[in-house]
Design a protein around this ligand. Structure first.
Ligand SMILES: Cc1ncc(COP(=O)(O)O)c(C=O)c1O
Length: 348
């Protein structure tokens, strides 16, 4: 018998959204940015490629400095991660002993559960109400770490700010606020880092900066917290191409701000159009919407859309089994989605 840890054996593992190997799909299933980054970010790539023989900068300093300028924090307050998933794992390994408690909402980003289980942590889930929102602050005195995403998937709305504040105030452990989708909204939680000494904010370049394929994320917190987390990460956790492209993207703030606005405009059109097609749709602060068709099972809609080469996300989770999650694509992609949905509705 192999010495596989019980907690690993008993975990099904995280199931990411499909990445089809053909290009004939309209891909609205994994919340990628539909717009490419500017071509100029590739200008100095050749130089980096010639250096692949050498290890990358172990501390990703240029990237962290570039992030610091945009975020308004010193590079000592920023940890770079191989995607923000890396930051979540580093936080877990920094603050939680196996057997100790990790808390998060239900439903939320399902990776929290997977990594907590694999780590051997005890899990406390806090149910959201019937609208997938908080009823009060997250009471969990035993938790060493609380993962809380705002905007929170799969709904995509920001959590109540006052309840989040109270959560940070009352928590005896660390609160990690996952801001993966924050650039598509009007608020962020930077002030929480300044106000509370137990808060980490995580950010990703996968969504708003069109770099999902490069795996670049950040943890931003106090110097004390970042110092401890820095010991836990892999020594070369970002390759040189990811560091270079990440730092380059931060030089094009105006370009990305325009994209974020475009995504928000398309999101509003998608929301209204789906409502006109008899879907229940929640308002979203992210680059996706959660929608429940009132005339077909959501799982059947997912399958029929896929047959017609439109990929959306369907989750088997009982709370959302009657919903699909749709990433905001380009206007042309959303037009095609709506056209197919309308055909299906007429056939139903
Ligand atoms: C809430 C949330 N956090 C983090 C991530 C992952 O981000 P990254 O690509 O930086 O690992 C996702 C991706 O879907 C997400 O939904």
């Amino acid at each position: 018998m192999l010495p596989i840890r019980d907690c690993v054996q008993q975990t099904p593992g995280y199931v990411p959204g499909e990445q089809p190997q053909t290009t004939d799909y309209i891909k609205l299933n994994t919340n990628e940015n539909p717009y490419a980054p500017p071509d100029e970010i590739f200008n100095n790539l050749e130089e980096e490629l010639k250096k692949v023989r050498l290890y990358p900068d172990p501390v990703s300093i240029k990237l962290r400095k570039a992030a610091g300028e945009v975020f308004g924090f010193s590079s000592e307050q920023i940890l770079a991660g191989n995607g923000s998933d890396d930051i979540l794992n580093i936080a877990l390994r920094t603050f939680v002993n196996p057997g100790e408690m990790v808390a998060f909402l239900d439903p939320t980003y399902s990776l929290y559960e997977t990594i907590a289980k694999v780590h051997g942590a005890t899990i406390k889930t806090i149910p959201t109400n019937e609208n997938f929102e908080l009823e009060s602050h997250l009471v969990c005195p035993e938790a060493k770490l609380i993962f809380v995403a705002s905007p929170n998937p799969p709904l995509g709305k920001h959590l109540n700010r006052q309840y989040l504040k109270e959560t940070c105030e009352k928590a005896t452990g660390v609160v990690l606020i996952d801001e993966a989708y924050v650039d598509f909204s009007d608020e962020n939680h930077w002030e929480f880092i300044k106000e509370y000494n137990n808060v980490i904010v995580s950010r990703t370049m996968s969504k708003s900066y069109s770099l999902a394929g490069m795996r670049v994320g950040f943890g931003i917190s106090s110097v004390e917290i970042i110092e401890q987390m820095n010991k836990v990460r892999d020594s070369y956790n970002l390759d040189r191409i990811a560091q270079t492209l990440g730092a380059n993207c931060f030089q094009f703030q105006d370009y990305f701000k325009d994209i974020w606005q475009q995504v928000r405009t398309t999101r509003n059109r998608l929301t209204n159009s789906l409502r006109n097609l008899d879907f229940l749709v929640f308002d979203s602060d992210a680059n996706f919407v959660l929608a429940s068709p009132q005339w077909i099972e959501a799982s059947a809609l997912y399958t029929k859309l896929k047959e017609r080469k439109v990929l959306v996300r369907y989750f088997k989770h009982p709370r959302i089994s009657n919903y699909v999650r749709i990433t905001v694509g380009t206007d042309a992609e959303i037009d095609r989605l709506l056209e197919v949905v309308e055909q299906l509705k007429n056939e139903s």
